[in-house]
Design a protein around this ligand. Structure first.
Ligand code: MTE
Ligand code: MO
Length: 326
């Protein structure tokens, strides 16, 4: 969803794949010239891996695999490789080039991070990352992730159920929505010196969506601390909604009586709605949402209603016309 893409040219995954293939071919040609290694031609060396430490406090759940599957905590589809998850990103605070976010965010420091939680709550509180880890179990959740641009992944997150944080601050009766805000610091986030979006990035949920057990504050992936490119040190994950709802590097959460502004809705309200539930039957005005490119796979997959979480979340939208409230 760069400026260009919003003007009508979504960069399709095939271009990314071709470019990667091209880069692999160039790299492999060099290796072939140097060593004549045919094995390497088929198994290119360029692989990214997290060098961050194992996430502290990750607990193994008491739930059985069957229970986790039926709750939606575990998906029976191959996990996207760590390398792909951390090298193909949307994070406009750094760059609009999905293949360059990892490099552009490499020196982003998160020491001393705090999240302020305020608004219509009885206990407004400032939390550190270690405070968050004391509010409830840090669990692994293996979720599908579906970007509105029609690419998708399966990601093993580690995180805290958002409901545990909301319970801790005690929402008032009048609280109906939850607003989220990303850090604003153009020194550390060079993309904020451009006007590709209005900064800071903001997002929002209805309170009942925020309280749903699938809604996660992610602190890690693949059992390691969240890398900068995926939203360090803490980002939102709502697996039945398009990826842009999953706001990264959160510094503020506010409980409100009315619907908060959301970055992409503000940018193009006819294209990006507040709910943004994954829905194969409601096309984006400029492309179909019926199928998706799973990163690392060839061919396309059908997109599932509510991204495959219909059993868990459909009742949140009873009586709502999802083609109007997209
Ligand atoms: N602050 C912020 N959060 C953001 C974005 C962003 O540009 N800035 N991009 C969103 C989009 S469009 C997607 S698809 C996901 C991508 O998450 P990933 O890079 O971890 O896969 O992050 C979302 N959260
Ligand atoms: Mo996205």
């Amino acid at each position: 969803m760069s400026g260009n893409e919003l003007r009508g040219e979504v960069t399709p995954y095939s271009m990314y794949a071709n470019r990667r293939w091209f880069m692999k071919a160039v790299g492999a040609a060099g290796v072939l010239a140097a060593s004549g290694g045919v094995y390497r031609w088929f198994n290119p060396v360029r692989k990214m891996e997290l060098d961050t430490v194992a996430i502290e406090g990750l607990v193994s759940t008491e739930l059985s695999e069957d229970q986790r599957r039926s709750l939606g905590y575990l998906v029976d589809e191959p996990r996207t490789s760590e390398s792909d998850i951390i090298s193909y990103n949307n994070f406009y605070e750094f760059t609009t080039d999905k293949n360059a976010v990892a490099e552009a965010s490499r020196n982003f420091k998160t020491e001393g991070w705090q999240i302020r939680v305020e608004g219509l709550v009885h206990k407004p509180t400032t939390f550190t990352i270690s405070d968050l880890k004391s509010l409830g179990p840090i669990e692994e959740r293996i979720y599908r992730m579906r970007c509105v641009e029609a690419w998708s992944m399966v990601i093993p997150w580690a995180g805290l159920q958002l409901s545990h944080l909301l319970d801790a601050v005690q929402p008032m009766n009048g609280a109906k929505y939850v607003a989220f805000e990303t850090l604003y610091d153009p020194e550390r986030m060079p993309g904020q010196r451009t006007d590709v979006l209005e900064w800071p990035y903001v997002e929002g949920l209805r309170l009942d969506e925020a309280m749903h057990p699938l809604t996660l504050l992610a602190l890690g992936l693949y059992g390691k601390e969240l890398p900068a490119q995926d939203g360090a040190p803490v980002r939102l994950v709502i697996p039945w909604k398009y990826g842009f709802k999953g706001i990264k590097s959160i510094v503020k959460i506010s409980l409100l009586a009315s619907e908060p502004p959301c970055s992409w809705k503000r940018y193009a309200p006819t294209e990006y709605g507040f709910l943004a539930n994954v829905n194969p039957n409601v096309p984006h005005p400029r492309w179909s949402q019926a199928t998706e490119q799973r990163i690392g796979e060839s061919g396309r997959r059908p997109t599932l209603m509510f991204n495959g979480y219909e059993a868990q979340v459909a009742s949140l939208y009873d009586g709502i016309d999802l083609s109007v409230n997209f």
